[in-house]
Design a binder for this molecule. Sequence first.
Ligand SMILES: CC(C)(COP(=O)(O)OP(=O)(O)OC[C@H]1O[C@@H](n2cnc3c(N)ncnc32)[C@H](O)[C@@H]1OP(=O)(O)O)[C@@H](O)C(=O)NCCC(=O)NCCS
Length: 382
Amino acid sequence: MSTTTVRAGLEGVIAAETRLSSVDGLAGELIIAGFQVEELAGKATHEEVAYLLWHDALPDQAQLSTFKAELAGLRELPQATMDLLRAVAERRAPVMDALRMAAGTLSLDLPDSETKTAVPPEALALMARFPTIVAAYWRLLQGQEPLAPRADLGHAANYLYMLFDEEPSEARIRGLETYLNTVSDHGLNASTFTARVIVSTQSDVISAVVGAIGALKGPLHGGAPGPALDMVFEIGSAENAESYLRAKLERGERLMGFGHRVYKVKDPRAIVLAAAAEKMFTTDQDNSDLYDLVRHVEQTAVRLLAEYKPGRNLQTNVEFYTALLLHGLGLATDLFTPTFAVGRVAGWTAHCLEQQRLNRLIRPQSGYTGSRDREWRPRAER
Ligand SMILES: CC(C)(COP(=O)(O)OP(=O)(O)OC[C@H]1O[C@@H](n2cnc3c(N)ncnc32)[C@H](O)[C@@H]1OP(=O)(O)O)[C@@H](O)C(=O)NCCC(=O)NCCS
């Protein structure tokens, strides 16, 4: 095989067929299991989206109640997982590392079931327990005791409760569900691809999700919504925006929260999250000053990017409004990527199930670029 056929980063390569989501970068369109993201994200509960991804249909009322109860019943962590989190917190490891380590222990108390179910217990446990792991670890880092999950709350509400020890308002629950739904699946991104490669060897779903967490942790994927927000805070006021952004571009720096490898028009997830953030900041919280500043920074940035990088179509990406929305929910920036994982685990597990159903081992080839004619020399002669 000639190296000239290699596509760096597999860019443009279609490596799987999926019914789970479709990303059209030129049209600026994201479809999740048949729904435009704008149609689904702000209306569904996160349990409905997970059910939709796993079963390819929305649940009816009875199915949803059973599913919610099933997930709520699995939220508690095995004792060994909690012990591990306490040990990791003493080392103050990043939250994504704690999530990766804890996720690997989740098979400990699952039944060794012989009977095949549509959704295996590992997938249910991963989805049910990610919020418990992240919230418990976060509280340990703050020197607080973890809170036991509450089975009477929905998935998103219980996550907020376990983080803040306070029953969240409907508006905050809606804001978080919109975020989790928006990021629940996104084609064959790096972490989803990782998960599919792992299950394609007939390995298990927990191993696949542990690998996916590792891939999501990297700054080129899980992204850094934190810096986008830091930039807005540094700008501070609308009148500073243009000079600050211009100076950054003059220095050849990138504006965080703009540009995307696939989307060449505005990222549809940014549109959904901007609307959710507007609702949260202007109607529910009356903190419209920050929201207005963010809008002004966005408009100025898009205008200046067109001036400095003509023809590049650099538009607002998902990270920009993720930062604003999660900040509005009271989440510290260190929780942004772990909360992305809380939403994306629905997609990862759905892809694992899809890969298992249609499985063919994923095993591409490599173009060899090393030498071919080396001769062995005894150690003493090297
Ligand atoms: C997301 C990103 C990595 C995609 O990059 P890409 O499609 O590979 O684009 P490239 O890195 O090839 O950049 C193309 C050109 O646009 C410029 N560019 C891309 N994004 C830019 C940004 N956010 N600010 C300023 N310039 C940018 C590059 O400097 C490059 O310019 P040049 O050709 O004059 O050197 C890139 O847009 C970026 O770094 N954005 C900021 C970080 C961010 O928001 N990440 C979260 C993504 S969801």
